[in-house]
Design a protein around this ligand. Structure first.
Ligand code: CTP
Length: 481
């Protein structure tokens, strides 16, 4: 079969083919780029595999590096060549395009590591060692066979049938490189594909091997799952294959329903996944998706059955927010402002809903605006996504009240500029006013001003704050100057 998609005729690929012809070697574009070309997905990184003859002494020259050097020379200015001698690979960059060159290889693995022993091989051997049939297709770039598809495992059919399966026995493919279990689930989620039964069973059988994979690589795959259209699909597969408790025990702990006196609480795991999908559907960013996944993570620890009330989860938001840094550390997610944002979202996630359930006072809305700051829109999105009850009347009531809170928020923000609230009277000014040294009283006066503004007693402006503070000081018997 000849691939005619115009992308295969982009100048850089034609140039690679011409240089390979000059060196007398075969060369193919392979792997993810070919898959994405057929699926009409964007893909920048191009992997090229070369197959060349051995020299007279029986050694195979590093054809990947030689071809990369020739290509970089032809591309001239603006191109950049990096050579990785130990691996026998090289990379050429020009503008946005990156082409990686490597000799065809066969690999064998040891049991305790995912670092293979690598030897030169044929194209077919190179395709054999790849993870999935849809990632094992190659397209020839040599002039006389330009565009010819080499697809020994029927990857093209699997793309049509939306199937993920391995070229070899899946037990071998997954045991050789257990990261592929995560990749299988990630591709299924990203592309909306299904794992074959054999593939699924092999993951379940080999799941313990995930322990030899670094947490960073697992986190990369989890983030790709999170950024998919329906991230729940990935988490459900992780659960069903048994990988979930091995990589994220706190999430696995959300599973299950307990019943007491005939009263059951909802399954927090499935509720969480629904909230996550809702956030994804509303185009929430990666970290808001993590916040959605973690919003109820504190529930198992706070769960209690109280005969008069039923199941309660008091303070689960607070307990959950405290768990986030530990979870981020264990999963090797960033320990920076992104994590702080997730902590804040988990901590505040009940606030809008509590507001919605009660009468919506200006003062409560102002306080929420103050605490959420610039993240208020994300918090409201999370809160809306969290409304998953099956009771339609209840959902309607929530949504109506949600709109009311949103409306009030816009109105108050326009009037009082609470969102990035800075106290209109600073500590220094208070100290000058009353000739005070830094002390607890300064803080007290400052926070009294803040509360007065948030409660709507005074407007958010300097003069009103000064009058308020003078009055307060007088009540406390302080002398003004
Ligand atoms: N590959 C593999 N086993 C792995 C990783 C990669 O067999 N554990 C092979 C696959 O043929 C894959 C190719 O190397 O297509 C390139 O890998 P990579 O760039 O990591 O992934 P892509 O398939 O290109 O997909 P993505 O960019 O979405 O990760």
């Amino acid at each position: 079969m000849i691939i005619t998609n115009p992308k295969i005729h982009q100048p850089i690929l034609e140039l690679v083919g011409e240089e390979a012809d000059k060196l007398g070697i075969e060369c193919y574009v392979v792997g993810g780029w070919v898959r994405d070309l057929i699926l009409h997905r964007d893909s920048k990184d191009i992997d090229v595999v070369v197959v060349g003859k051995a020299s007279a002494d029986g050694e195979v020259p590093r054809w990947g590096i030689l071809l990369a050097e020739a290509v970089a020379k032809r591309l001239g200015r603006g191109s950049h060549l990096s050579v990785f001698k130990t691996f026998g690979t090289a990379q050429v960059k020009k503008g946005d395009t990156e082409v990686e060159f490597v000799g065809a290889r066969k690999e064998s693995y040891r049991h305790d590591s995912r670092n293979p022993i690598v030897e030169d091989g044929t194209l077919e051997e190179d395709q054999n060692r790849r993870d999935f049939t849809i990632n094992a297709m190659a397209i020839c770039l040599n002039k006389d066979r330009y565009g010819e598809l080499l697809d020994p495992f029927g990857g093209m059919y699997d793309l049509e049938d939306c199937i993920i399966q391995t070229p070899l026995d899946p037990d071998i493919t997954f045991s050789d490189d257990p990261l592929r279990m995560m990749r299988a689930i990630r591709f299924a989620t990203q592309l909306g594909f299904n794992l074959t039964g054999e593939c699924f069973d092999a993951i379940a059988r080999n799941k313990e091997r995930i322990n030899i994979i670094t947490r960073e690589r697992i986190a990369d795959e989890l983030n790709k799952i999170m950024l998919s259209r329906r991230p729940s699909e990935g988490w459900l597969l992780l659960d069903k294959t048994g990988l979930l408790p091995l990589i994220f025990p706190e999430l696995a702990a959300l599973k299950g329903v307990e019943t007491m006196n005939g009263r059951a609480h909802k399954d927090i795991f499935y509720h969480t996944l629904k909230v996550l999908d809702n956030v994804a559907e509303a185009q929430g960013g990666l970290w808001l998706r993590w916040a959605a996944l973690l919003h109820d993570i504190g529930k198992p620890r706070s769960k209690k059955y109280e005969p008069k009330v039923g199941w309660t989860f008091y303070n689960h938001n607070y307990l959950g927010a405290k768990m986030v840094p530990k979870i981020f550390k264990a999963l090797k997610l960033p320990q920076n402002e992104k994590m702080n944002y997730v902590v804040k979202m988990v901590d505040l996630h009940m606030r809008p809903i509590n507001l919605i359930e009660e009468t919506v006072t200006d003062s409560a809305v102002r306080r929420l605006l103050f605490e959420a700051g610039d993240d208020i829109n994300d918090l409201m999105l999370l809160c809306n996504a969290d409304i998953t009850s099956r009771n339609e009347d209840k959902v309607k009531r929530y949504h109506d009240n949600y709109e009311l809170v949103m409306h009030k928020m816009v109105e108050l923000e326009e009037r009082d500029r609470i969102r990035n609230f800075q106290p209109p009277v600073m500590g220094d000014e208070i100290m000058q006013m009353f000739h005070l040294e830094p002390c607890a009283l300064v803080g007290e006066l400052k926070s009294a001003v803040k509360d007065a503004i948030l409660d709507g007693i005074i407007p958010n402006d300097h003069d009103a704050a000064v009058i308020f503070i003078r009055q307060l000081a007088k009540d406390k018997g302080l002398e003004t100057y």
